[in-house]
Design a protein around this ligand. Structure first.
Ligand SMILES: Nc1ncnc2c1ncn2[C@@H]1O[C@H](COP(=O)(O)OP(=O)(O)OP(=O)(O)O)[C@@H](O)[C@H]1O
Length: 762
């Protein structure tokens, strides 16, 4: 054995022992939490606690911690920093970096959470600016086992020592070339300096992260969410962090990243699920999407609401308990104006409208009754008669009907006269694009319209009084305090250490409430305002979708990631400034990511060539590797697309054994290709999403937005551009999904191919 090999071997042995020590501590902590949890549950069963909610609060506290401890098992430790001593004469310092922080029972530090300030140097130190860092060591684990290590030596004094390499890139390269599973993984072990800067940017304000394909925007956005939750735990546990992505397929793709970083409390939503109670599908009609996305739709909705507050053309005779009373247009107008003047939303202002008219009608009725009977009547009793009169109810409803957002928007999109009245400036073509059958399902483009309507309509039931949440927190805190003594005593009796304070217990209750609203925010609380919102693939959002999101976080604390060039939108703005101007003005800052970790350089050259030929301004990130496989183009005019695609897929499966292959194609071709691929490779291996066991995915560009695959076969590229009415964004997205290899197949004439596609660069 050479010296270098033996040094390396002994270093590996050392690290294996150190890592094992940290796993042992993790296991011990898990056992402890399991014991505590079991004890709490037992106390509940024995009925010795004040009530179930106390037991549940404690149980959920322990469950949360246990879930976190369980989630970080894979590659718990991934780095070591060797540091100069803080003061001369001190010993050298070693710091292990991992997914969570761990200490020994004696409170000595075993592992530093990657998000802690003390871990920052692991990501930021460079040879030029090394700070106290002498060496950065990457520990490469599979599961719990240390497979390899790699040193990045920053202190020149260490260079030349046996087994030591400088400026190592192996950990990064191993990560970026690994086979894809169809689910995004975390990058916590190899976050690069420019990414780290974005991840650790301050919470306040809006940060826009622009970057070409594969620069890690999604990864960075998710790690930033984890960082913010760690750093601002108090604040964000209560208000919550919302992560928004383009589609449910994308949300599924990313859903494991945060749990693997020990964070489970975020709320994830696709553009179609942002309106509670509405599950909207994609908007397939590009014209309708374009009109619905325009900011002026806010005005259309406002008009539509105002037009549901109608006046009377002529007096109306109403029968109340057998007596006729007249409702006059002027009275309705006065009541309407006073109701509007309250500034309340439609349904809430209606209460005022109804109250005024009921009182006036009761007044008239009493006068009439007094006149006919000659005796005074008790007016209070008449109010009830007026309120319950069928005629009155019908008349008042005709003037000012209580409305749900679904009713308002549904009517608007199905009844031409209502639409034209609310939006007289729309052209016939635009009106035609918006109108749809009454039973048409909701689409993503409808969601902001519904949200706008909900805002202007207000609640149907009585409004909840303000200031509830602070008062509620006080009450929670009080309950928690009251229960603690009893709880601690019970736990102490059982020999369990209940290290929780009242504030923690109250926060746990509230955090649980936030988490419950993960599903329920969507289901119930449209007005919930988040502490931070992360928007991925942000170039896809329409102005109306931005308006909705701004409402979800009035503090405008946002992380916005995207790539303007990848937009599918025909009316896409050419710059972030114009996208963000309406909601953010100039109060946002731009960060750029410049390195592509996904696609090989040879794939990117081709994709960029196509994008530029179409006049798209693309970021040209530097790819971290050239790639092994030259991209392939097969053009056979008039041939069978299915046969060509099957051949190409077979070729890619040979090139990238055990790789995940995607066939990306237009919606019109997807069904026949899916059927043919299933026939050839079996049903279980071929599907429309990268589900477990699937080896070949058939999808449209929209469905693959944000995703990646080892190899991509792009079938009928010309059709993608036609379907997008000439917008090349979808084609560009499709070409940039491959981590290893790309084949393009077409049965069109070469002249019909999108510009730049016919001659792939070498
Ligand atoms: N520092 C890193 N270390 C290892 N892998 C990384 C790193 N940064 C990014 N990656 C990997 O590169 C790939 C692309 O990342 P990601 O999907 O976040 O890019 P993106 O910019 O959102 O791409 P797109 O805009 O094309 O959807 C992912 O597999 C991600 O894990």
């Amino acid at each position: 054995m050479t010296d270098a090999v033996s040094v390396r071997q002994s270093e590996l042995e050392l690290e294996r022992a150190r890592v094992a020590e940290r796993y042992a501590r993790l296991d011990a902590l898990r056992e402890e939490k399991e014991r505590q949890l079991a004890a709490v549950r037992r106390t509940g069963l024995e009925g010795s606690l004040q009530n179930h909610s106390e037991r549940d609060a404690f149980a959920s506290l322990y469950e949360d911690r246990l879930a976190q401890l369980l989630a970080v098992d894979d590659r718990l430790v991934f780095g070591r920093l060797d540091l100069d001593p803080e003061r001369a004469g001190d010993p050298d310092e070693e710091r292990y970096i991992g997914r969570i922080g761990l200490t020994t029972e004696e409170h000595e530090r075993l592992l530093v959470d990657w998000r802690a300030a003390e871990a920052g140097a692991f990501y930021q130190a460079t040879a030029a600016h090394r700070g106290r860092v002498r060496r950065r060591r990457h520990l490469m684990l599979r599961g719990r086992e240390v497979r390899d290590l790699e040193d990045d030596v920053l202190d020149p004094d260490l260079l030349g020592q046996e087994g030591v390499r400088a400026d190592a890139q192996g950990a990064l390269l191993a990560a970026v070339t690994a086979r894809r599973t169809g689910r995004m993984g975390d990058i916590v072990a190899t976050i690069q300096a420019e990414q780290d800067e974005v991840i650790r940017a301050p919470l306040a304000g809006a940060v826009v992260v622009q970057g070409g394909p594969g620069t890690g925007k999604t990864a960075v956005a998710l790690h930033r969410a984890a960082y913010l939750l760690y750093t601002h735990r108090e604040r964000l546990a209560r208000s919550g962090v919302l992560i928004v992505g383009p589609s449910t397929a994308f949300m599924r793709y990313i859903e494991r990243v945060l749990p693997s970083l020990g964070e489970t409390g975020v709320i994830m939503a696709s553009l179609g699920t942002l309106m509670p109670g509405v599950q909207a599908g994609p908007e397939r009609d590009l014209d309708a999407a374009a009109v619905k996305g325009r900011l002026e739709m806010a005005q259309v909705i406002a008009h539509a609401v105002a037009q549901r507050q109608r006046l009377l053309a002529q007096p109306r005779r109403l029968m109340i308990e057998g007596t006729a009373v007249k409702l006059k247009p002027a009275a309705v107008r006065r009541a309407r104006d006073r109701a509007r003047a309250t500034g309340k939303p439609h349904n809430e202002a209606r209460v005022t409208f109804v109250k005024i008219l009921v009182r006036e009608l009761a007044e008239k009725l009493s006068k009439k009754l007094e006149k006919s009977s000659g005796a005074p009547v008790q007016r209070d009793l008449l109010l009830e008669d007026v309120r319950t009169s069928r005629d009155v109810r019908v008349a008042l409803n005709l003037c000012w009907m209580p409305l749900t957002p679904q009713k308002l928007v549904g009517d608007l999109l199905t009844r031409e006269h209502l639409l034209r009245a609310a939006a007289p400036w729309l052209s016939d073509g635009e009106v035609g694009a918006l109108l749809r059958p009454a039973d048409a399902p909701w689409t993503e483009a409808d969601v902001p319209l519904l949200d706008e309507a909900a805002e202007l309509l207000g609640r149907l039931e009585a409004p909840v009084k303000g200031g509830e949440s602070a008062a509620q927190h006080e009450r929670n805190l009080e309950n928690a305090r009251a229960s603690l003594e009893n709880m601690h005593q019970t736990l102490a009796d059982m020999g369990v250490d209940g290290v929780v304070d009242a504030e923690q217990l109250a926060a746990a209750n509230e955090a649980r409430a936030v988490r419950r609203t993960t599903a329920e925010t969507a289901a119930h609380d449209r007005t919930w305002t988040y502490g931070h919102v992360v928007v991925d693939e942000a170039q896809e959002l329409s102005p109306m979708q931005w308006r909705l999101l701004a409402r979800r976080c009035p503090m405008k604390s946002f992380t916005i990631v995207g790539d303007i060039a990848q937009s599918s939108r025909r009316d896409a703005a050419g710059s972030w400034a114009s996208v963000l101007e309406p909601e953010f003005g100039d109060r946002w800052r731009l960060e750029e990511l410049t390195v592509n970790y996904r696609s090989p350089a040879r794939v990117m050259r081709w994709a960029s060539q196509v994008a530029q030929a179409a006049g798209l301004e693309v970021s040209r990130p530097r790819a971290v590797r050239e790639g092994e496989h030259a991209p392939r183009l097969t053009v056979r005019p008039g041939a069978d697309l299915v046969a060509l695609t099957l051949d190409a897929v077979a070729g890619e499966r040979d090139r990238v054994p055990e790789g995940l292959v995607a066939v990306i194609t237009a919606a019109a071709h997807a069904p026949e290709l899916l059927a043919a691929l299933r026939e050839r490779w079996g049903r279980a291996r071929v599907d429309t999403a990268p589900l477990p066991g699937v080896e070949i995915v058939v999808a449209t560009p929209w469905e693959t937005k944000g995703l990646e695959f080892d190899a991509v076969v792009l079938a009928a590229p010309e059709r993608l551009v036609d379907d997008a009415r000439g917008v090349v964004g979808d084609l560009y997205v499709a070409m940039t999904r491959a981590t290893q290899s790309l084949s393009v197949v077409s049965t069109a004439a070469v002249a019909a191919l999108p510009a730049g596609l016919a001659d792939p660069p070498a």
